[in-house]
Ligand binder design. Structure first.
Ligand code: ATP
Ligand code: MG
Length: 591
């Protein structure tokens, strides 16, 4: 590429709304441009990176025996009604009608379409196992699109689906994908971990997320200090405290707490630590009879005052409405006659769920279900006879690891991939059968496997940048080298050298950006550093007279003078070595 015939589109300023470095830099480096909330155009430099990510994905998919196809973005609602997700998916699903008044959706994922395809095309067990994937646009009407392409509304996903006759077959397919995904993220040069995950709205039993470790990540991953256990905190089990609950020693009394609504306010007024106060959160329960027009039942969730609610665990509890819905102030007032900051379990007129740790509190404080008052000296069983104990809080640093090996350390992560063993969730719902060896129809065992291809680019930038811009790993750099000539207009020698180097490097399969703009050197250096190429070839007349050129390395900042006649050869062998090093870390897909 020559800059004069390219859309470099670099910017000095980042957009005001951008908070993450990756978002700021992707805009400044001319990778992406915002069209509207959560909708982005990929500019040529960003697209060059995106395509390299896709190439690596396709290569590893092929090595794992997967087959590429392409399904439509627009999907008939009928399939979603068959799977049941027309009702359960919620407002992220963008629904619309065509001119004939028929319902459609913009695909947020493709389980329905692939299951419909498989039930028609796969007839016999002899066609199994089969793993089909595509790399394609998705739309999810995210409640808060943010961080650029990290959480967009329209984005590109690689989604793949495996079909097997048996559970053992599915487990084998799952392991293959686990290995393929590990290889992909390794070759992309990302510092990542595979962690156990919740199965969310897709359903199924086992599931792993591939998390790129970064402080800017939206997810929190719990690691055990004494083993390789890692899980998304959405899922991480908090064990029951080992020490028995202390006996009740105090009588229950009312204490005035005027104007106090939060645990912190009550703690500072009463001069007691937050872990002696029980925090009560009210959520909406499921109606026993869906036809019932009356108000939904409300459920109290009680936590230790210094701990936080885990919404994913909470919505899995029987009787709690999913997706989780917090009771509004109005609902609480109508139900209890008080405001949200004054709720407590004593005489709560509904179901009470107590967290495992909170169930070990004794002589504690809690809301009195009366504004301006709390209770002290409260004890389970004596003052609250009926309640259910469950694990509903988020794990915290220092808590014992659920696998029994050491304590928990928390780190933030960006979820770039997710694999699920779906089993027969969709094949049951959509009658996706295959004839087994006895000629009997059986529901196929399915797995689904996703990579946020566009999010991967943002995650890579988040992990690889400095104050001067992006520093891409060799395998996904938009250019392996940029050529920056000094005063090319005036120097025929510089121009001839650069033209020749550009042709030779390009012919050797190296991706080159030749900055032939005749800009001031400072401008060219800044731009070429910003866009993320691993090295820059700087060519000046004075150097050339001594048969010298300079190679500048983006990651280390090192500058190296090399003989002009060796420069091209040096760059080719360095690029190949760097590509080879990252790619060779991938593990073979042996059985
Ligand atoms: P998240 O928890 O981040 O919303 P998810 O669980 O909804 O992710 P999946 O349904 O598993 O995501 O989708 C597969 C992959 O697609 C994710 O691992 C992620 O990398 C990517 N992805 C999901 N939502 C978005 C989005 N709004 N923008 C960009 N990429 C996304
Ligand atoms: Mg999501």
């Amino acid at each position: 590429m020559r800059t004069s015939n390219y859309l470099l589109s670099t910017l000095k300023e980042s957009p005001a709304e951008a908070v993450l470095e990756s978002h700021k830099l992707m805009v400044r480096a001319g990778y992406i441009r915002k069209l509207a909330s959560g909708l982005y155009t990929w500019l040529p430099t960003g697209l060059a990176v995106l395509k390299k990510v896709e190439d690596i994905i396709r290569d590893e998919m092929a090595k794992a025996g997967c087959v590429e196809l392409l399904m439509p973005f627009v999907q008939p609602a009928d399939l979603w009604k068959e799977s049941g997700r027309w009702i359960h998916y919620g407002p992220e699903l963008c629904r619309f009608k065509d001119r004939h008044n028929v319902d459609f959706v913009l695909g947020p994922t493709h389980e329905e379409v692939i299951t419909a395809l498989a039930r028609n095309e796969i007839k016999s067990y002899k066609q199994l196992p089969l793993n089909l994937y595509h790399i394609q646009t998705k739309f999810r009407d995210e409640i808060r699109p943010r961080f650029g392409v990290m959480r967009a509304r329209e984005f590109i996903m690689k989604d793949g689906y495996s079909f097997d006759l048996t559970t053992e077959g599915l487990q084998k397919s799952y392991r293959k994908m686990y290995r393929a995904y590990s290889n992909i993220f390794t070759r992309l040069g990302l510092d990542f971990r595979a962690v156990q995950a919740d199965t969310g709205s897709i359903g199924g039993s086992s599931s792993h997320e591939f998390q790129v470790l970064a402080d800017a990540g939206e997810d929190v991953v719990a690691f055990a200090s004494g083993s390789d256990y890692a899980s998304n905190i959405e899922l991480t089990e908090c064990l029951e405290p080992k020490t028995p609950r202390a006996p009740a020693t105090k009588p229950m009394c009312t204490v005035p707490t005027p104007g106090c609504h939060t645990v912190d306010e009550v703690a500072s007024l009463l001069k007691v630590p937050a872990n002696t106060i029980a925090k009560t959160i009210v959520v909406v329960g499921e109606k026993k009879d869906p036809e019932d027009k009356g108000p939904a039942p409300l459920i109290a969730i009680v936590l230790c005052g210094n701990q936080t609610l885990n919404e994913v665990k909470c919505e899995k509890i029987e009787g709690v409405k999913a997706p989780l819905e917090f009771a509004t102030s109005e609902q609480i007032n109508a139900f209890l006659g008080c405001h949200p900051g004054s709720i407590g379990p004593v005489k709560f007129p509904g179901k009470i769920i107590v967290d495992r740790t909170a169930a070990h509190m004794a002589d504690f404080y809690c809301g009195a279900n009366h504004d301006g008052e709390h209770l002290s000296g409260v004890n389970w069983d004596r003052d609250v006879p009926e309640y259910t104990v469950a694990d509903v809080r988020n794990i915290e640093e220092g808590d014992p690891s659920p696998d029994g090996h050491g304590t928990i350390v928390l780190k933030r992560g960006i979820e770039v991939g997710h694999i699920f063993a779906l089993h027969t969730k969709y094949s049951d719902a959509m009658q996706c059968t295959v004839l087994n060896e006895e000629g009997k129809p059986v529901n196929m065992e399915m797995g689904c496997y996703g990579i946020g291809v566009t999010r991967v680019v943002a995650a890579a930038v988040e992990q690889h940048h400095d104050e001067n811009g992006i520093i891409m790993p060799e395998t996904i750099a938009p250019f392996n080298v940029t050529i920056v000539p000094m005063n090319m207009k005036k120097s025929e020698k510089v121009r001839d050298f650069c033209e020749k180097a550009y042709k030779e490097l390009t012919a050797a399969g190296i991706d080159v950006l030749f900055d032939d703009r005749s800009e001031r050197p400072g401008v060219m250096f800044a731009d070429m550093e910003l866009i993320g190429a691993p090295r820059m070839l700087v060519v000046g007349e004075r150097d050339l007279e001594k048969d010298q050129v300079e190679i500048r390395y983006r990651a280390s900042g090192e500058r190296k003078s090399v003989s002009a006649s060796d420069a091209v050869r040096t760059i080719i062998s360095e690029v190949k070595a760097a590509l080879g090093e990252l790619n060779s870390k991938a593990k073979p897909q042996e059985e």
